[in-house]
Design a binder for this molecule. Structure first.
Ligand SMILES: [Zn+2]
Length: 256
């Protein structure tokens, strides 16, 4: 067993046996990994706070070759990213980003770029820029996972300009008006939503447009991950998330 040291972000945790934890981390040097933290839930242990979800920590662990679960030896709290925890909304979106990374990446695929991207986004999110930052993260992380949605042209015929766009989670992105006729489940895409998809952060759209695009991207993600992203389901169920233009959820093929 080799002793290793790396930076990590806490993605999730659950209790293990009487006094231990199993923690899923995204590390700078080893990608996603799971560690067992023995005895950390014993009364008087001061290290338990290190493993709050979204904490930025340093860890020392025993790397077991070809094993899924490694043994944590030491932990140090670098930054609890308190700004993120100042509001329920920013914290919930932070949890959504962590859950998304957990769902999209297998264990032991090192990617310092994804680690930095997640850390920087978590530190940048505020209640003012949240929609834009989350959308940029979603599109960036999908690209890193090799799952980019088609947002520049029709995913069926490659037409790059049209007066009417639709979104097909199953087909993987935008459909032009002609191709959308043959697809069963589509969502309308406004001209403003189309612009936001091309340039999230640059295009000055109102809040409702960002909400529409978020919903489209989340439908795309839902069609590609094996299990529901629980925090996304929660966000979708809140009143604030429903604000903006309503997205019609389904349409029967041929009903045009
Ligand atoms: Zn087309």
């Amino acid at each position: 067993m080799a002793i290793q040291k790396t930076e990590a972000l806490v993605l999730k945790k659950f209790d293990f046996r009487d006094t231990s934890l199993i923690v899923t981390l995204f590390t700078r040097d080893f990608g996603k990994m799971k560690v067992v933290v023995k005895g950390v839930r014993k009364e008087g242990s001061s290290d338990l706070v290190h493993f709050e979800v979204l904490n930025h920590i340093d860890i020392v662990f025993y790397e077991k070759a070809r094993a899924e679960l490694h043994l944590l030896s030491e932990s140090f709290l670098i930054d609890p990213i308190l700004e993120l925890r100042n509001s329920f909304r920013t914290y919930t979106f932070g949890c959504y980003l962590a859950e998304l990374v957990d769902a999209l990446f297998e264990i032991h695929e090192p990617s310092p770029k994804i680690f930095d991207f997640l850390l920087e986004t978590l530190k940048r999110i505020t209640s003012r820029n949240i929609s834009c930052e989350v959308l940029k993260f979603e599109l960036g992380i999908l690209k890193a996972a090799g799952l980019s949605p088609g947002i520049n042209a029709c995913v069926r015929c490659a037409k790059s300009s049209d007066s009417r766009w639709s979104w097909s989670p199953r087909q993987g992105g935008l459909l032009c008006g002609a191709c959308a006729i043959r697809e069963a489940k589509i969502f309308p895409v406004s001209a403003e939503s189309f612009e936001v998809m091309q340039n999230p952060g640059f295009y000055q759209a109102d809040h409702g447009v960002y909400k529409d695009v978020e919903q489209l991207v989340r439908e795309f993600i839902r069609a590609r991950v094996e299990y529901p992203i629980r925090s996304a389901e929660f966000l979708s169920s809140t009143d604030s998330f429903k604000a903006g233009l309503a997205v019609k959820a389904s349409r029967i093929a041929g009903e045009v």
